[in-house]
Design a protein around this ligand. Sequence first.
Ligand code: NDP
Ligand code: 2IT
Length: 448
Amino acid sequence: MSRLDAALQPHYEIVLARNPGEAEFHQAVLEVLESLGPVVRKHPEYVEEAVIERLCEPERQLIFRVPWTDDQGRVQMNRAFRVEFNSALGPYKGGLRFHPSVYLGIVKFLGFEQIFKNALTGMPIGGGKGGSDFDPKGRSDAEIMRFCQSLMTELYRHLGEYTDVPAGDIGVGGREIGYLFGQYKRITNRYESGVLTGKGLSYGGSQVRTEATGYGTVFFTEQMLAATGSSLSGRRVVVSGSGNVAIYAAQKAAALGAHVVACSDSSGYVVDEDGLDIGLLQQVKEVDRARISAYAEQRPKAEFVAGGSVWDVRCEVALPCATQNELDGDAARTLVENGVLAVAEGANMPCTPEATRLFQESKVLFAPGKAANAGGVATSALEMQQNASRDSWSFEHTEERLREIMVGVHERCAAAADEYGTPGNYVAGANISSFLQVADAMLALGVV
Ligand code: NDP
Ligand code: 2IT
């Protein structure tokens, strides 16, 4: 059953009609619009001046062919996207995803979320997202490099530190950003550090960017628990995924005294009742680029469960850090029955609408991705700041900036939820607070 205000229903129907077959994009739009009823009742100008309609239509959508040659000399071809969604607050900013499931609907959902997430950080960045249906699994370094170079040979003309600034996402980490930056630099003959973030520390990257999304998710969780007089200390935590976000969420949760017992990948999950060995996880995933089953093989007491759901593992704090719609109604029911207290989305839209509703009805603290995982892009904005001033900050200073930003994100969400009559509802708070900021900027900039 939809909670959509009657004034917003026609706008949602326009989105459905204009973007057929893009289920993830529809889902992301509906989630935001469902929060905006009280806002448009108070401020009808947002409907009258077509702010909602304009927000749901990307400023620009790029789709292009990426030909490349594999190690056997065969020509391969993929499709790539960049959706430049909204630049009211700053240059388009958002990651690139390499995964075989990528199509326009996924890039648009991610780009749409990014507009609001970026606004919540309080930094001057607009929203965009890109990616390709390229599958990096099993590809050699040389193949990854050729693919990245070919993708950038088209994408470079659309980028710039004042225009559009990509970073990583699923399947795109430091290695890929290095190859992309190298090709951009070669084609443009410019050392334009601020055109990409997530760079290596040897060539203009920022301390803490690698850790930022996972750390930020845990900082947000800490704030949410503190608001109810609780903390992470001694809590049993489960993360899903075992990539960039999952590893550093697990690391920070453990550092704050939590007991992190499980993580996953698309083939199954690992339970380690001794607490995950983060160093070993980093070795397996970041150095060996292996599967988590290899982690279990090296920890005698850890168990690998092939094909199972990590949400069957009992926990008090759940951090979904893998991918969209990975935690459904059944998983949410299991978590609630097992006594979960807090759920924070490290990934983008990992909980289905049914799961989110169940958590809210069960009074589980629930942090939506656009708030909980905003630390990654916020630290990207700190990287841009350092690049613009040709400076580089210490790990400690940068982590403290990240922590302050996440405290600010939490405050903005909580204040908007209070003001619009839904105290404790971080979904409504995140959507309303960020919408107001973007919508006011759009009104101020005129009909553009
Ligand atoms: P990685 O590529 O580093 O890791 C992704 C992890 O999720 C892997 O363990 C992967 O398993 C798992 N996964 C991906 N797709 C699926 C799928 N279809 N089914 C099951 N498991 C899957 O990506 P990140 O850690 O960077 O990203 C994780 C999530 O966090 C994404 O939703 C991303 O959009 C979001 N995010 C990332 C930010 C960043 O800074 N990197 C910032 C904010 C949000 P397998 O290896 O088996 O595919
Ligand atoms: O979803 C996200 O916020 C990211 N993948 C990070 C984007 C960025 O520009 O750092």
